[in-house]
Write a protein that binds this ligand. Structure first.
Ligand code: ZN
Length: 263
């Protein structure tokens, strides 16, 4: 397929519900979570010890997902941080809408010579030199749904290295990038719920240490992740074992695709 046609399909996805778009589906290999230092042209590349701390955080999150998925699977993780030099300045980056998520994912896919349908990565983009920007961070699946390819997480490198609950935030944003919504879409309380996809302050990590009450997966989360075969091919959702007695499963909810406009 030519780039021009793909471009038209991408724009079409903005106008109509994604499920009605005869767009392509993901056609790559198993997904890899790929942590990246996203370095604007007027920022300095972080020292190697920062990268080592970030990889340690990534591995803690990977181990936690293994626990949460009952030891059946976890996400595949790149062996080291990638440094990507951006064409943008810090000020230009901070002016981008939506925390610059679309801008950054487009640059990262161009860097890796992939498009939204062939991108085998869940990028974890740590913005370098942006101070507290982009605030609490964010995460999205690029093409929406539970099982249609890669994702993007944006986080401030500065906050990642200085805020105690960075690890629990990382686990939450990974959930979004794998296709999970917040628990309020099921009618659950965002502050009190047991899910990593809530904002429950009891889940907050303390740097490299988990909370004594870390976030868990509720059955709706397990059902969602089990559908993501590109990320978790060995994980199965077992309705009998995974849904407590008297628990009413809510209808499935998926996140939409990113627009990825070209201007
Ligand atoms: Zn969230």
């Amino acid at each position: 397929m030519s780039l021009t046609l793909l471009h038209i399909l991408t724009l079409a996805s903005l106008a109509v519900p994604f499920t009605q778009v005869k767009a392509e589906t993901y056609r790559g290999p198993r997904l890899t979570v790929k942590p990246v230092f996203f370095v604007p042209k007027d920022a300095s590349i972080p020292a190697s010890d920062v990268g080592e701390r970030f990889m340690r955080q990534m591995k803690i999150a990977q181990a936690r997902y293994f626990e949460l998925l009952g030891g059946l699977d976890t996400f595949q993780l790149a062996p080291k941080m990638t440094v990507v030099r951006s064409k943008t300045t810090i000020a230009e980056l901070e002016k981008q809408p939506s925390g610059a998520a679309e801008f950054v994912v487009k640059e990262l896919m161009a860097h890796d010579h992939v498009d939204r349908w062939s991108c085998p990565y869940v990028y974890v983009a740590f913005f370098v030199g942006t101070g507290d920007y982009p605030g609490g961070g964010g995460g999205r699946p690029i093409n929406g749904g539970h099982n249609n390819g890669g994702g993007i997480i944006i986080l401030s490198a500065s906050l990642m290295d200085s805020v105690p609950n960075a690890q629990s935030t990382l686990q939450h944003e990974l959930g979004h990038a794998f296709g999970l919504p917040h628990v309020d879409v099921y009618g659950y309380d965002m502050i009190g719920n047991d899910s990593i996809m809530s904002y429950n302050p009891k889940h907050h990590s303390d740097f490299f240490h988990q909370s004594p009450n870390p976030g868990n997966l509720i059955p709706e989360d397990m059902r969602g992740l089990a559908q993501n075969k590109w990320a978790f091919p060995n994980y199965r959702f077992n309705t009998k074992a995974d849904v407590p007695a008297n628990y009413t499963m809510r209808s499935d909810v998926t996140l939409g695709p990113m627009g990825l406009s070209t201007h």
